[in-house]
Design a protein around this ligand. Structure first.
Ligand SMILES: [Zn+2]
Length: 388
């Protein structure tokens, strides 16, 4: 038995001082509880103690001088993010990969999920059937075929939790039927969709929006023709629909999502529907930030640009995104923990096990200070060493 004392426990509806007991990898008591005499005492020293972060969109890891991609080492990526407080992760297979690499990530995730000894809880398919006009490396988007589609979903053996697709593509209604058949949550992303295609997608189960404002267009060719302002872009349309979850990549320069758009999303969607993701990549084919002057966004260490100069994911972790989001929006620690943990757990159907501090859930915990700097991480009750 371990007892966390002297922490500010972060719940969904409040922050309060109290004690948390954990045993056998689970939270066994929380609140105003007595500490058993034989318990190991962990002093949280006044830090916030919240639920471990959930990263539902991540291709790799690029921090602290390391660069690892899920293609080569999916377990390694999960282990690195764990050192930053991400205790649940759904590695992403992206549309720009070859079929072989896509299948390799699936196989690695299947193995890890079956073994049950990592933070890997499922798989995210980012495409591969998205709109070839939207996003970095979008020219590599796969062309839809029934054969390919069934091949990748069968290979994943039920482990895909969510899949990004573009509702305006001719194959989209077919995709929606496939996702329903396999019980996979459809994500709207890398898209130029018009309102009616999006409404149909939502009627057919779409619940998540892949990195809002990023790789999203305007379905009309002459969007600003009449009023002088572009209206009804994909971001506007999806934000007008209640019940959708919105991924936000919150980088240090607000390049993926501007300050105004982050605030707008939190206000429109509310604190229950924003999901902070890293969209971190670990691929080597990038521009070197040191080659650019400080005022150029390409000098930012947490952004990633491919050799075509396109913004291509990040070098973030959810913890860093959460710290940025807190600063930009002014949200308090309770709201930021919901956006970094609870909401993704709910969106993905993992909330019975993770995503909040509650008796019976996995003892996945993160200690952070006022600036959301990670000070300690516990995964299934065990302290994670060498946190970053
Ligand atoms: Zn991505």
């Amino acid at each position: 038995m371990k007892a966390i004392v002297n922490g500010k426990l972060v719940f969904e509806d409040k922050i309060c001082e109290g004690t948390l007991l954990m045993d056998g990898g689970k939270i066994v008591a929380v609140g105003d509880v007595e500490v058993p005499a034989d318990a190991e005492i962990i002093d949280a020293k006044g830090l916030y103690v919240g639920p471990g972060f959930v990263d539902q969109h991540v291709h790799g890891y690029s921090s602290c001088g390391e660069r690892i991609d899920v293609i080569n080492d999916t377990r390694g990526v999960a282990a690195r993010h764990l050192k930053h407080g991400t205790t649940t992760i759904t590695p992403t297979c992206g549309f720009s990969l070859t079929r072989e690499d896509f299948l390799s990530i699936i196989a690695q995730c299947n193995e890890a999920i079956e073994a049950g000894d990592t933070t890997i809880a499922g798989i995210h398919f980012e495409g591969p059937f998205t709109n070839p006009k939207r996003g970095a490396n979008a020219h590599l988007t796969w062309e839809y075929s029934d054969e390919l589609c069934y091949e990748i979903f069968d290979a994943a053996k039920g482990n895909v939790l969510h899949c990004t697709y573009a509702p305006e593509m001719p194959h989209a209604p077919k995709m929606e039927a496939v996702l329903q058949k396999y019980g996979v949550i459809p994500d709207i992303g890398h898209t130029n969709a018009d309102p009616d295609s999006i409404y149909r997608a939502v009627d057919n189960g779409a619940r998540i929006v892949t990195h809002l404002f990023d790789a999203m267009g305007n379905y009309r060719d002459n969007a600003a023709e009449i009023t002088g302002d572009p209206q009804d872009c994909v971001s506007d349309i999806v934000l007008s629909i209640p019940g959708l979850y919105y991924e936000i990549i919150s980088d240090s320069r607000q390049v993926h999502v501007t300050k105004v758009s982050q605030r707008q999303t939190l206000r429109c969607a509310g604190e229950d529907y924003v999901i902070l993701v890293s969209d971190a990549t670990g691929r080597a084919t990038i521009l070197n930030p040191d080659d650019y002057p400080p005022e150029d966004v390409r000098s930012a260490k947490d952004l990633n640009f491919n050799l075509l100069g396109q913004l291509s994911g990040s070098c973030l972790t959810v913890s860093q995104g959460a710290a940025n989001f807190k600063k930009v929006t002014g949200a308090d620690a309770r709201v930021v923990f919901k956006c970094a943990s609870t909401n993704a757990a709910k969106a993905l159907g993992l909330y019975d096990r993770v995503g909040s501090i509650a008796v019976g859930k996995d003892a996945n915990l993160v200690f952070v200070d006022e600036d959301f700097a990670v000070k300690a991480v516990y995964f299934r009750g065990n302290e994670v060493e060498d946190i970053r």
